[in-house]
Each structure stands twice: as C-alpha cells, then as structure tokens.
Design a protein around this ligand. Structure first.
Ligand SMILES: C[S@@+](CC[C@H](N)C(=O)[O-])C[C@H]1O[C@@H](n2cnc3c(N)ncnc32)[C@H](O)[C@@H]1O
Ligand code: SF4
Ligand code: SF4
Length: 398
C-alpha cells in the first residue's frame, strides 16, 4: 500500500467502488498498521503470561510445568508484574493486547490481568487451546468482550488429541467453542498441523466452513526453544503429503473471504518484500508489534526468542522498544528471495528460515518453492522469462 495515500482518499475510492463494510474495516486496519510501521510505533502486542500448560503437545516450543519453572530459577509473573507492561503499553498508545502462553487461561491472575487491560481501553484477545475456559472466564468475556479468541485445534477427535497433546480434550474444546459463539464471541480457529493430526485437517476445515468460522491451518512448525530439529523430523507432517492434500481436497474449503470474519484485525499488511530491501524485517515484528515473553523480556515477536530486551534493565519499555526497532531494521533479508518470482508461494518469515539454517539471509529448503518443486519452478520461470522478453519487444516497438 502506498503510504502517501491518505485514509480519506482510500475511503473515498472505496465508496466510489461500493466496497463492503468489512473491506472498509480492513482498509482502516491496513492504514493504521502501515502508519505505525512508518513511524515505528507499537500498535499490537502479545503478552506470554506463563509457559505452563495443561496440554503436552509434542510440537510445543514453550511448554513447562510449574515445578520446571521453579527449578529453572524463574517464576511465573503475577498481576503486579503484568500491570507494569499494560500501563506502559497504554502510555505508548498500544491498541491491542493478545494474551498467550503456555495456556493463558490457567494463569492464577488471568481474570484480573485481562480486566485491567480491558479497563484501560485496550482491545484484548487471546490465543488458547480452548480447554480451560471456566464459567468465570465465560462471564468475564460476556461483560468485557474480547476482540478475538484464537483457539488452536489439534484434531477432530479425542483420540487425535491424545496422540498430539497428551489429553483427551476434544469434546471439551468443542463445547467451549460452542459456548463462546453462543455469547457472540469472535472465535477464530488455528489448526497446527503435525504428523499425528494431518488426517483430521479436512474434517476441521469442513467443520469451520459449515459453522462459518475462520480457520487458519499452519504447517510451518518452527524449530524453536524446546522444539528441536529431531522433534520436527519425528512430529512434523510431510510437506509433500500436506501439499497433495491441499491441492486435491483442501482447496475447495478456501472459498471464504477470511477478512469478513476478521473485523479489521491488525494483521500483517502485505508489504512487497523485495527488490531493494537488503535488510530489515518485512513483517510487523519490531516495526509495530512486540511480544513480552513469560520472563518479562521484550522480543520482536513470539517467534524471535533470541533477541530480547528487559525493560527493567535498559531504562524502561520505550527504550527497550527502540532497541528492538534498531535490531529489526538491521536483520539481513533473505538473499535468494529478493529477486525471485515465487515469493507469493513461500513462507518468508525470517524467524522460520533463521531457525532452520542457523544464519540470516539463507533460505531453508523446507519453505522454498524452488527447492520443493524444482521442475515446476523451472517451467514457470521459463514461461515468465519468455513473457518478459515479449513485453520488452512490444514496448520498444511502440
Ligand atoms: C504456544 S501456543 C500458546 C497458546 C495456546 N496454548 C495454544 O495452543 O493455542 C501458540 C500457538 O503456537 C503453536 N505452536 C506451538 N509450538 C509450535 C511450533 N514449534 N511451531 C509453530 N507453532 C507452534 C500452537 O499450536 C499455537 O497455535
Ligand atoms: S496447548 Fe499450546 S502451550 Fe500448551 S502444550 Fe500445546 S502448543 Fe504448547
Ligand atoms: S522460491 Fe525459494 S528463493 Fe524464491 S521466494 Fe520462495 S523461498 Fe525465496
């Protein structure tokens, strides 16, 4: 999006083109995100309330028990700790807070923390496994509605849940999704894909479509923190199998415009990554977004766990934010992708590639269209090159 165009102009264009209300909301959101990125102001943040969880997913990068937290010499931060971050976020003009974890709903002060953020006038949401939404939390959501509740689905039966998460929680999760939706809470589903639940994905998509719920499958497991390369090999879904499934069966479920459900969420604006950009993150991380991890350290996003700033050690949140921004602006870009025509076909998250390759700028074959489909890529490249030559000949003839 051209940042020089004002919101007024955009909306006028939208009005003339009779754009729907939801598309206009998306426009507002995109402009807000774009402006925040330009000015490097934090707009949306995540608070990782605790690393503890009532599930034990084999793919999880964070999960610990309360005992393990104690043994690590750390502690679970309480309301008074989180209040500091929420106050500072409000002062910085942060618009939206998403609680995550571990499982944020089992934090001993979850209700108090949530309520505090809500009363500050900040939009609140959460990412949850959906299994422990107590009647008290349901009441809280009724009185102080969250903007979004992301629930990660891990399968479509208790058996799959047991294999993937170590608990037979499917029925409970489904009941909670139902209860939330009956209270008109905006539920969005993630489906984190692994070897053990790939076969349930189609059923999950059908469920989401039939119930008009947005769903985002995620087959990009990150080798991160507690999730090792060996674990990825063991637990990850086969990429070819996933793509085959997507091609043959799943694509028919992707007819919905997810933005209709998004209500102008502050998502990533699709910023052209390439050509001149030699360095710097190209997503929201460290540009208009940050995460506070469960130890109280700030990171550019939940995935970039290796660059942290502790606001208590660097003179406050504003300073910690400035340090994150300076770091994010220096991260080398993915070299091979800069001039590649297949950018739209790949996962270009810097964190994913870095964690696989151990250095910046290098492309992980796991997420690279050219590496995964060399024959198809070569054919498409030849067609593209031929088209370019033709275009140039026509231009010079004019
Ligand atoms: C760590 S969980 C915390 C919130 C909540 N407990 C849940 O499961 O939704 C946040 C999201 O990260 C996903 N996740 C966990 N481990 C991952 C990994 N190694 N790579 C990518 N995503 C992962 C989860 O499936 C979930 O969608
Ligand atoms: S439910 Fe979320 S936090 Fe808990 S173990 Fe699974 S991925 Fe990790
Ligand atoms: S095909 Fe490979 S090199 Fe090209 S954009 Fe995708 S990841 Fe980068």
């Amino acid at each position: 999006m051209d940042n020089k165009i004002s919101l007024f102009d955009l909306l006028k264009q939208a009005e003339n083109a009779k754009v729907s209300v939801s598309d206009k909301a998306k426009l507002y959101s995109d402009v807000l995100v774009q402006k925040s990125i330009t000015n490097r102001r934090p707009l949306a943040i995540q608070l990782e309330l605790l690393p503890v969880c009532n599930f034990n997913c084999k793919v999880c990068y964070i999960r610990m028990t309360f005992d393990e937290v104690k043994q690590s010499g750390q502690r679970v931060l309480r309301f008074e700790d989180w209040k500091y971050y929420i106050d500072a976020a409000a002062e910085l003009g942060v618009y939206s807070i998403t609680f995550t974890g571990g499982e944020c709903t089992i934090h001993p002060d979850f209700i108090q923390i949530y309520q505090y953020a809500y009363q500050k006038g900040i939009q609140v949401g959460m990412i949850s496994n959906g299994s422990s939404i107590t009647p008290e939390i349901m009441d809280l959501f009724e009185n102080c509605p969250p903007t979004k509740v992301y629930i990660t689905l891990y399968g479509m039966s208790n058996d799959t849940y047991e294999r993937f998460c170590g608990v037979r929680a499917f029925d409970k999760v489904m009941r909670n999704i139902d209860a939330l939706r009956s209270k008109k809470i905006n539920v969005i589903l993630n489906f984190t894909v692994g070897k053990e639940n790939l076969s349930d994905l189609e059923k999950a998509l059908r469920f989401a479509r039939d119930n008009q719920i947005a769903i985002f499958p995620n087959n990009s497991l990150q080798v991160s923190r507690k999730f090792t390369t060996e674990a990825l090999e063991r637990e990850g879904a086969d990429y070819y199998l996933y793509e085959k499934l997507e091609h043959e069966h799943l694509s028919k479920y992707y007819h919905m415009s997810f933005e209709e459900f998004e209500n102008g969420f502050l998502g990533d604006v699709s910023i052209p990554y390439f050509d001149e950009q030699t360095k710097g993150l190209h997503c929201n991380a460290g540009r208009c977004m940050f995460t506070v991890n469960w130890k109280g350290e700030m990171q550019p996003c939940a995935s970039i766990y290796w660059y942290t700033q502790n606001p208590h050690e660097v003179g406050g949140i504003e300073q910690a934010w400035e340090n994150l921004v300076a770091w994010a602006d220096e991260v080398p870009a993915l070299e091979d992708c800069k001039t590649c025509i297949f950018q739209h076909k790949c996962r270009l998250c810097v964190a994913l590639h870095y964690c696989d390759m151990g250095e910046y700028g290098k492309v992980s074959p796991r997420f690279c269209f050219k590496a995964l489909h060399p024959k198809e890529a070569a054919k498409l490249q030849t067609e593209y090159d031929r088209g370019q030559v033709l275009k140039k000949t026509e231009e010079s003839a004019q």
